[in-house]
Design a protein around this ligand. Structure first.
Ligand code: 3PG
Ligand code: MG
Length: 401
């Protein structure tokens, strides 16, 4: 970010894809907005004017019945008041990120002023990474700053293609993007050992790449969430009607064999909270995860698993956590994820470095008020996962190009 912003119109791609309350459109979690503030303030303090671009949700995949965009639902207008409060100054709005409206408002901006553009995903060209759209967006500003880490895995017009239209001395990462990259590299680079990766979530197929990467990097890998049952079944366990990807059983066996060959210890949850149906009010019992009665399904890790996982986590020097241990959104099955959050926080207090990424694990940390007890909480779900898998993210590559 060491560019001269004085009297410059600075186009910043932020990820303001924040959750809104149904009906009222109230922002229910403004973490991503607050995370972009250091970059936005630095540009304003440096004498620049801000032109902010973001998407919100996936409006073209959620069209109204008549086939048109639900502008009322997906407009970035919902963010103006809060953004203005966060920045302590008025925020202007362009009701189209392209065309004359945007061009005129951008051209009239003075140092210290802020213009927010309407949802970039109202145009088909955004998700296609369209050059014409990217060029039009680029024409609005003198400098391009990408601070949208949460969207860095998308090769979209405003996140990636646009960077082509700025030379090296007119484009840069924002502070958030840089912090995400630096912190992820603390895990991937030369981590203090032992390195423990905690990988949860419903499906092996979503997490297989990061699991395989961790077999090369970590000393131990904790597997929780629905995906654990595919691993138990692969070893001949009875998992009742727990989630299972039958077509991934061989893959699970391969992962276990690879881990053994590499000397990486894999921890599966010894016991589970099983439910008689997938419901917040289901009846529950604690059972061995490889002996779940017919008709019952494992929806959370139970006492012994929590104890074992907790011990491994508290002994780690570097911790990566992505994905919940159970059906965190239902109170009865949220405990395992919370206990893991607590263990990660305890280890961090004792000196470990911890990185948490991904929707539910971050939600657990926030819900427990532990965000300040974790070394780094990522604003990226899919983006952080792909970064950890070892992929080059298009939004990052475009700035470096
Ligand atoms: C996210 O929340 O995952 C990012 O904002 C990217 O959005 P997307 O998954 O709809 O591309
Ligand atoms: Mg996503």
């Amino acid at each position: 970010m060491n560019l001269n912003f004085q009297h410059k119109r600075v186009l910043v791609r932020v990820d303001f894809n924040v959750p809104l309350e149904k009906g009222t459109f109230r922002i229910t979690d403004d973490t991503r907005m607050r995370a972009a503030l250091p970059t936005l303030r630095a540009i304003l303090d440096g004498g620049g004017a801000l032109i902010l671009m973001s998407h919100l949700d996936r409006p073209l995949k959620k069209l109204k019945e008549d086939g048109t965009i639900d502008v009322q639902r997906f407009t970035l207008r919902h963010l103006i008041a809060h953004l203005s409060e966060l920045l302590g100054r008025p925020v202007q709005f362009a009701e189209n990120c392209l065309g004359e409206i945007a061009a005129e408002k951008a051209a009239a901006l003075k140092s210290g002023e802020v213009l927010l553009l309407e949802n970039t995903r109202f145009h088909k060209g955004e998700e296609k990474g369209d050059e014409v759209m990217a060029k039009q967006l680029a024409s609005l500003g003198d400098i391009y700053v990408n601070d949208a880490f949460g969207t860095a895995h998308r090769a979209h017009a405003s996140t990636t293609t646009i960077a082509k239209f700025f030379d090296k001395s007119h484009k840069t990462f924002g502070f958030l993007m840089q912090a995400e990259i630096n912190n992820a590299n603390k895990v991937l680079g030369n981590p203090e050992r032992p390195l423990t990766a905690i990988i949860g979530g419903a499906k092996v197929s979503d997490k297989i790449l990061v699991l395989e990467r961790m077999l090369d990097l970590a000393d131990s890998v904790i597997v929780g969430g629905g995906m654990a049952y595919t691993f138990w079944k692969a070893q001949g366990g009875n998992i009742g009607s727990s989630l299972c990807e039958d077509e991934k059983l061989d893959l699970a066996k391969t992962v276990l064999a690879k881990a053994e060959a590499k000397g990486v210890k894999i921890y599966l949850p010894i016991d589970s909270i099983a439910a008689d149906r997938f419901d917040a009010e289901a009846n529950t019992q604690t059972v061995a995860s490889n002996a779940i009665p017919t008709g019952w399904m494992g929806l959370d890790i139970a006492t012994q698993a929590i104890e074992t996982f907790g011990e491994v986590i508290r002994n780690a020097q570097t911790i990566l956590w992505n994905g919940p241990m159970g059906v965190f959104e239902m109170e009865k099955f949220a405990n395992g994820t919370r206990e893991v959050a607590q263990a990660v926080a305890d280890a961090t207090q004792a000196g470990a470095f911890s990185l948490v990424g991904g929707g539910d694990s971050v939600a657990a940390v926030n819900q427990m008020g532990l965000e300040d007890s974790i070394s780094y909480v990522s604003t990226g779900g899919g983006a952080m996962l792909e970064f950890l898998e070892g992929k080059e993210l298009p939004g990052i590559a475009a700035i470096n190009a």
